[in-house]
Design a binder for this molecule. Structure first.
Ligand SMILES: C[S@@+](CC[C@H](N)C(=O)[O-])C[C@H]1O[C@@H](n2cnc3c(N)ncnc32)[C@H](O)[C@@H]1O
Length: 223
């Protein structure tokens, strides 16, 4: 799987096909985030979300992870062309999370925008567990992705879109699956419960804010 070839076209294609809907979906819950210390933005691509993230979140450390060098270069160029303070807090990691481990531990925010849909069921399970095990016990997870949901019309429309997109990404980037797996059960199983959920583009996309609830209570909190 390699997104290098389509990296330069990704932003333009997104705008032509979905106008502003994907970006609205990515950023839906940014204003509801609590204070964050350490965030992992995973499979985050060309940097469109990162700019909005920096406007909203005064996070101390940001780990920007992607398996495509082209996507990482685009994100770095984009961010350097903006006048944001404290760019040194962003570290870029060239990692394939289906094979590599997370670069660090104790993340209190995970962001996966239109990333988990590139995996088949088996890999998705491994990737979600790997990410979850790098998080704090009360971490938040911002999730945005496509879905097949709603009434008969919405479901039929979504099936056509999803099939077309998978065919395109199979040919252009060699993604490992041709079908969309909803990660809700995996996120639930890893303790990330829904705090907020909203849909975009007539139900074709869903944004969620989740938080881990199996917080370990320390002795000092008990007494
Ligand atoms: C469909 S694009 C989404 C990009 C961006 N998050 C967005 O919302 O537009 C998927 C991104 O995940 C990256 N990616 C795919 N497989 C990956 C993997 N195994 N590990 C890390 N990144 C991966 C790709 O390089 C690409 O940037």
């Amino acid at each position: 799987m390699n997104f290098n070839r389509i990296a330069p076209w990704f932003g333009r294609l997104e705008k032509i096909v979905f106008r502003d809907q994907m970006q609205l979906c990515r950023t839906a819950f940014l204003s509801e985030l609590p204070a964050i210390k350490k965030a992992a933005l995973i499979g985050e691509g060309n940097g469109n979300f990162l700019i909005q993230f920096l406007c909203h979140c005064n996070c101390e450390e940001i780990h920007y992870i992607d398996s495509s060098t082209q996507m990482l270069n685009l994100a770095q160029k984009k961010i350097q062309s903006h006048d944001f303070p404290g760019l040194a807090r962003i570290e870029y990691y060239h990692l394939d999370l289906s094979l590599d481990g997370m670069p660090d531990q104790n993340y209190d925010l995970i962001v996966t925008n239109f990333f988990l849909d590139v995996f088949n069921e088996t890999t998705l399970d491994k990737v979600v567990s790997k990410i979850a095990s790098s998080c704090t016990q009360d971490a938040h997870w911002l999730y945005a992705d496509f879905q097949v949901s709603g009434n008969r019309f919405q479901r039929c429309r979504a099936i056509v879109w999803v099939k077309t997109m998978y065919l395109f990404f199979k040919l252009a980037a060699g993604i490992e699956t041709m079908s969309l797996t909803d990660p809700s059960t995996l996120l639930d199983r890893n303790g990330f419960q829904i705090k907020g959920s909203t849909e975009f583009d007539n139900g074709l996309m869903r944004a969620e804010l989740r938080q881990r609830k199996n917080k370990v209570v320390s002795d000092s909190e008990l007494f």
